[in-house]
Design a protein around this ligand. Structure first.
Ligand code: AKG
Ligand code: FE2
Length: 351
């Protein structure tokens, strides 16, 4: 049920203004507290969409819009860690400024929300945007999910109409997904994925959560980090994604350092993992423990409810720098469309 909180509006907007000022001035020490306060406020005073959209839209430079347009819907509950752009019409997907903003946000934050100002049941915006990222920013084009599905995959509950012959993928169930990387079982996991919301969960389920890998790896001992970087794990390929009948698993590492030496990239999906050595097994146990700990930290984990990602929104995520999870779906009509692109190796450290 949605309730309107009249005299709360100003308080919330003031709170958001403080958060945004602090973001702008990079005085971020207070941010976790402010986010917590804002989230608490949101929890205790639930807003309807239109109220949320009045917020900072008119004068916030925090939210660059598609070059030729100014208006921008804002969801104050989405933490500032998730940058937010508007795409008022389809032409944005080919405007160099818009495409550059998307590319930069993905590089800096590893995540980005885009609000579409139009209905796009055929995902033309995402198709054109990814082609533009390919053309101007060196992203490789998407991997095809199957001969019939092409680039896109429908994430929605289904009991009969599966997208691969005779197999129901877990994305076709209403089940919860624990923390994972998409395609962790691929030799070349995709660097990015996007989810376009065609129908959000209207009954309070299907919250998408993301966890920052660098923050997670800070919780691990140096020994564990080193072990996770060795290719000492067997990663099983789920039945519905076996391409060659004789290849049912790959061998690989779980953690990767970036150019600055920070352990900021991961591939992980626990149910597919078998450690092959004693040290790999110990490291995996420590990682699982850290996951539970980090889950509780507000600055490392973001929960995106249906209010944060309503119909017509798109979330783009760096698949290696953020783990993601979702809770159980409550609405049989929930419908997201997924695309994954820029598949590149995930090298392990030998010896
Ligand atoms: O349903 C969601 O929100 C996420 C789906 C997902 O993680 C996946 O399909 O891999
Ligand atoms: Fe996923």
């Amino acid at each position: 049920m949605v309730e309107r909180v009249d005299n709360g509006t100003e308080v919330l907007l003031a709170l958001i203004k403080v958060i945004s000022d602090r973001c702008a001035s990079r005085e971020s020490a207070m941010l976790p507290t402010m986010h917590r306060a804002a989230r608490h406020f949101h929890k205790t005073h639930r807003f309807n969409g239109s109220l949320c959209k009045q917020g900072l839209a008119r004068n916030s430079s925090q939210f660059p819009a598609c070059t030729r347009h100014e208006t921008l819907p804002v969801t104050p509950t989405v933490p500032r860690i998730v940058p937010h752009l508007a795409a008022p019409d389809l032409s944005c997907a080919q405007l160099l400024g818009h495409v550059r903003d998307v590319s930069q946000r993905l590089q800096h934050n590893g995540m980005l929300k885009i609000s579409l100002g139009f209905s796009d049941n055929n995902s033309q915006y995402l198709q054109q945007l990814i082609r533009s990222l390919h053309q101007h920013h060196g992203h490789q084009l998407p991997i095809t999910h199957s001969a019939t599905c092409g680039w896109f995959w429908d994430v929605r509950p289904s009991t009969t109409d599966f997208q691969t012959a005779n197999h129901r993928a877990r994305s076709e169930t209403m089940e919860e997904f624990p923390w994972h990387t998409d395609c962790s079982y691929e030799d070349l996991p995709p660097r990015y994925f996007a989810l376009q919301v065609l129908q959000h969960d209207r009954y309070g389920g299907g919250t998408l959560s993301v966890m920052n890998v660098e923050r997670l790896s800070e919780q691990l001992s140096p020994t564990t980090r080193a072990s996770l970087m060795r290719p000492e794990y067997r990663i099983t390929i789920p039945a519905e994604f076996i391409k060659e009948p004789t290849k049912r698993h790959i061998l690989g590492s779980l953690l990767l350092a970036d150019e600055q030496g920070r352990s900021s990239m991961m591939r992980f999906r626990e149910d597919l993992l078998t450690p092959l050595t004693e040290r790999a097994s110990r490291a995996l146990d420590e990682l699982k423990h850290a996951l539970q700990h980090v889950e509780a930290q507000l600055h490392s984990t973001v929960h995106l409810t249906a209010a944060d990602l309503p119909e017509r929104s798109v979330i783009l995520i760096d698949n290696r720098r953020w783990l993601h999870a979702r809770n159980d779906v409550k609405d049989p009509g929930r419908h997201l469309r997924r695309v994954r692109w820029d598949a590149i190796p995930f090298p392990g450290v030998l010896n």
